[in-house]
Structure formats: structure tokens, C-alpha cells
Design a protein around this ligand. Sequence first.
Ligand code: HEC
Ligand code: HEC
Length: 332
Amino acid sequence: MFLFRIFLWSVLSFSLVSQVPWIQAQEPIQPIEEMTPKNRNLFELGKMLYFDPRLSKSGFISCNSCHNLSMGGSDNLQTSIGHNWTKGPINAPTVLNSSMNLAQFWDGRAKDLKEQAGGPIANPGEMAFTHELAVDVLESIPQYQTLFQQSFGEGGINIDRVTEAIAAFEETLVTPDSRFDQWLRGDESALTADELKGYQIFKHSGCVACHNGPAVGGASYQKMGVFEPYQTDNPAEGRAAVTGIDADRFMFKVPTLRNVELTYPYFHDGAVWTLEEAVDLMGRLQLGRSFKPHQNARIVAFLKTLTGRQPTFQIPVLPPSSNSTPRPKPFQ
Ligand code: HEC
Ligand code: HEC
């Protein structure tokens, strides 16, 4: 029996090692895996809800308004615009690859995508609706009744099912096959010499201490401003708002750097518009070092290789409202 175990162990470990190309096994960043919807009906329903502005009071704002899937899952604004043109308090992070985050929001106050998805619908500065009214709207639309039944069976429509469907759709919003991932998988021609040098600087200067794993971030909370304080007018406190602990002030969830080329402007206050400036600030504030212009340019070139294949799907055609659907209130 003992010998058999040793035999089994060596077979298993050999087959594990041989499946992982050597290059990938040694790097602090791993490639993003492809993702196919687990449940097709739920995916289609979640996609419709993600794009449906009738989940907002105005009938005008959908998840896609601020996490635009044509723009890297973000709105490319310093802070978002919500109901009644309300100025948002903080920069909208991308929804791409957000399923890999240890928690959701800059301060991690929602534990997962399902919990997160209820927030914006009822947030007065975002979609400004209530969960009850959103469910009323969906219930008044016969096709939604059918779709919820197909995904969940009996029991009708409720906010728990709405957020579950949206989360199931969001889980598919991954961006595999970036040039950097092709390189990780062993294609050495996938990166130019400058991009590869940029990655080496990124790795050896210490960026990977915080930006690592498949999402190149999203795995920890870290202080913004380790060596020098970050100057900002934005009042966000970071993780301290959740924990109440003073030491957590200015600790933010490390953002993913996947698709970072598409998700400007940068940082929680959206104050920085260029990757060059973001890299320069990160070097000085987080690592206490000033990169020379050619080093900065190489890091930026590397960061642009993290842009992956964007989710592609048919734009959903939303079922029409019925005569009894509550009317939108865009100007209240
Ligand atoms: C008015 C703009 C706006 C709308 C509409 C909106 N969001 Fe957001 N979203 C934001 C902002 C701003 C944040 C960051 C808030 C924070 O961290 O405090 C955010 C955060 C998130 C996050 C967390 C990402 C991360 O990395 O932490 C997810 C996921 C998300 N939104 C999904 C959705 C979904 C799903 C909807 C629709 C139900 C939606 N959002 C509607 C602006 C918006
Ligand atoms: C000590 C941890 C830490 C280190 C080291 C670090 N970062 Fe960051 N990085 C963060 C945190 C935290 C944020 C978010 C800060 C904020 O928004 O206030 C961030 C944000 C960023 C952003 C903006 C992303 C966005 O979507 O807003 C970029 C780009 C970035 N880092 C690149 C780098 C580079 C390049 C290095 C190395 C020179 C580096 N980081 C080193 C923690 C770190």
C-alpha cells in the first residue's frame, strides 16, 4: 500500500508538473482562464438585467452606463454620473475580471458580486431605485416572468434572484489570451524586447508584491502612499470605513491591472489620466523609487500587454414594458 502511494504520488506530481509550462509555474502572475457560462439561461437573463435601464428610477441608467463593456467595463470618467446627474464619490472600477477580487468595492464592503449587485440599484446617487420597485417593474413584464421561471423555477421574481443572475453574467466577464498571457504560456514571441524588460522592472522593483495573481491585483488591501502620502481632495477613507480601525485608513483594495490601458483615469479618486503618471506615482509612493523615463516607458509598454480578449456576445434585446409597467421618473 505504501509503495503504491509513492507510485501514485510520483505519477500525479509528474503529470501536474508536465501540464504547467515551466515559464508559468515560476511567475507571480498567472494567465486568465477561459470562462464559459455554467448555466446558459441564467447567463442570458443576467446579461439582460445588466443592460436594462428599467432597474433605475430614471429608466435611463443601467449597470452598463457606468461599467460600459465597450470601454473596458468602466466609464472613463473621474467619478461616475448617477441619477439626476449626481456626481459620484469615487472612480468606478472595471467589472472585467471582478469575480477574481477578494471582495468588491475599493474598500471591500461587499463580499462578492451577488452582494455587490444590490447596491447600485438602491443607491440614491446611482440608479436611485428601491429593490421593491425594481422587482415590480420586472414582474410587470411577462417575458421576464418566463425567463426567471426558466432559470429558477417557481417562486417568482425577487431581488435575490435578480442579483444572482447579474452575478452569473458578471462571472463570465473575463479577459483571457492577452499577449502577456500568451507569453506566460510559453510563446516567447508574444512580447517585444521592451515589453519584456518592462515586466522585469515591474517584477524586480516590487510592483508584484501588491499586483500579482491572475488579475494582477484584487487579492489584498494595501496602503495608498507607503513611502510618501498621496495628495487628494477625495474624502474616501478606504478600508477603515468598513473595519473602523484607524490603521486601515487609506488602505484600498489593490486594483486589477488587467486591461488597465482601457480603464483610465486611475486611482480611487480618478485623478490621474495617463499610465505614465500612474507608474511614476506608484514608483515614488509605494516603492520609494523614481523611474527614469525609459524605465517608465517600458513598464507602461508591459502594462499594455495585459489587455485581453474582451467579452463578446450578442447585445440583448430587452422585452418591452407592458401597459402596467411603472413609468420611469427621469426628472424626480
Ligand atoms: C452611476 C454609476 C454606476 C452604476 C449605474 C453602477 N455602478 Fe458599479 N460601481 C460604480 C462605482 C463608482 C463603484 C465603486 C464604488 C466604491 O468602491 O465605493 C462601482 C463598483 C462596482 C463593482 C466592484 C468592482 C470592484 O473591483 O470592486 C462591481 C462588480 C459593480 N460596480 C457592478 C455593478 C453592477 C452589476 C451594476 C448594475 C446593477 C452597477 N455596478 C451599476 C458605479 C456604478
Ligand atoms: C504596496 C502595494 C503596491 C505596490 C508595491 C504597487 N502598487 Fe500599484 N496600486 C496599489 C494600490 C493600493 C492601488 C490603488 C490606490 C488608489 O487608488 O488609491 C494601486 C493602483 C495602481 C494603478 C492604477 C490602477 C487603477 O485602475 O486605478 C496602477 C497603474 C498601478 N498601481 C501600477 C503599479 C506599478 C507599475 C507598480 C510598481 C512601480 C505598483 N503599482 C506598485 C498598491 C501597490
